[in-house]
Design a protein. Sequence first.
Lengths: 332, 286
Amino acid sequence: MSSSPVVELENLKVRLGRREILHGITCRLGVSGTGKAVGLLGPNGAGKSTLILTLLGFLKASSGRARILGLDCAHSMGDARSRIGYMPENDAFIGDMTAVAFVRQMAELSGLPPEAALEKAHQVLFHVGLGEARYRELRTYSLGMKQMAKLAQAIVHGPELVILDEPTNGLDPAARRRMLKLITEMKNEQGMNVLVCSHLLRDIEQVCDEAVIMKDGAIVHHCNLEEERRSNRSFVELEVSGDDSQLRAALPEIGAEGVPEGLGRWRIVLPPGVEVDAIWRIAGQQQLLVRKLSHRRDTLEEIFLKAMGHLSQTPGDAPPSPRSGFGEVSAN
Amino acid sequence: MAVYKRGYQRYSGPLTGSLTRFLVLPRYAWRRLYQQRLVLLLTMLAFVWPLLCAGFIYLTNHAELLQGLDREFREFIQVDGRFFSVFMYVQAGFAVFLAALAGPSLIAPDLANNALPLYFSRPLTRWSYALARLTVLMGMLSIVTWVPGLILFGLQVGLAGGGWFRANWTLGAGMVVGFLIWLLLLSLVAMASSAYVKWRVVAAAVTLAFFFILGGIGEMIDQVLRVTWGHIIDPAWSVNQVWCALLGVDPPTGPGAAASAGALATMIVLLVVVIERKLRPVEVVS
């Protein structure tokens, strides 16, 4: 199994006409062969689509280098393309073809022999939920079905990397859930690396392991969502009634640290491996009535807003003026 | 086991050769083209003239059947360059209408449905896509042009013998080359109009208009400026000059075969440039 990054950018600059859209991006995203998903976030005009189109070889870099699965996008794009699947944002299909013929043709163009392509086309259409509609012409499909057909053509040849551009665009809640489930299955069960470009933070948060936030043609934040999730689990808000003066001394017994905020409110950081049950137990021992206990999450939305400059800090990070040293603890 | 019970698994088998992979597109395109009744009807109609020509060849090679006819007439009906040039004019006409009918359904739907990013995100270059589309048209038009022409030539050789072949093999070669030049031009015109006009009917009209309008302009130049070189911009006229040279038939007055071939080559290059500018996965607005 290769351990090269899925996407590697070195001072990548892209110009469209006279405008420079990407301003020297350098980053390494994902590890090939690990079945992880990377989210590409950013407001409109941030350069997400330009980056994807450059990775696909549709746009040429004015300077710098882009590598995909270890292959140079400028010189080895033919090899790279046989290993990637792409689901564009907009409608993209051949209207007068049935879904099965369309997906089969795309599989054959990716190099599958005709019989294998036909078999995989049927399989993948059942997989995305279009099995019963696979002999219908694509122009008769609803928007949600077209999205699924686009996904089917992107994965029919079993690519190592799937690039999804706004995969949940225009989907109703049920279809959106199904799409996200399929993306999760693609990485967890099929071991595909996935690059998801979306402006929907919840989608990225739900399916991705890494997130890259772009703004004005540059990467302004790159975070490991798995680590963020882990840290979120250990961050607790507690509100109790009763005498809580002994709580601070009791928390270190389970390896936790807490900061009182007055009126029975506490902010507690649990060490790895310690579950919330331990807080309940201590509260019980001290005969405290728990009025509220919640995991206060450092959400992707907050990370995003901070990256966009709308928040001065991410809650959980060190505050500008630390209150009783709590910020230092939660800064990890 | 039924397909729906198997579940999806990534493909990990052997892949087809990358050089011939573009031929997938013509295979699917031909299937769709011949599902159009009009295309099928016109293709069938295009075989009427070759059948009549086959009858003519049979007749000319059976002197006993012509004994009752006038001697001058018998000398007039011969299988020579003139015969093949007449055959080519008629079939070339059918080819124009077939190209106008079938051509627009090749690229225009891909552009209208934004399918190009799907093709070009696969190991398929813009040139191989264009070559695939060209193969569709060239293949389709070949069936009604040089293929029946070659069959007629073979029929004549079979009936007249090896001596006739040795004396006239250039007719067969000239016919194939002449048709290929015409088909290349026709296909490129149909592809260019299909790439620029999304509506099939309009694209078909543009394909036809290309030939009629350039013919009209060429005639106008000749009349207004009192010259004979104006026809050179008329593709049908220019290709006729080249055919005449290839088949050894007296050409019409005007620029010679070399100049006409040059004009055709210029048109082909311009059409390739026009198509190249349009066949892009994304359109960049500067």
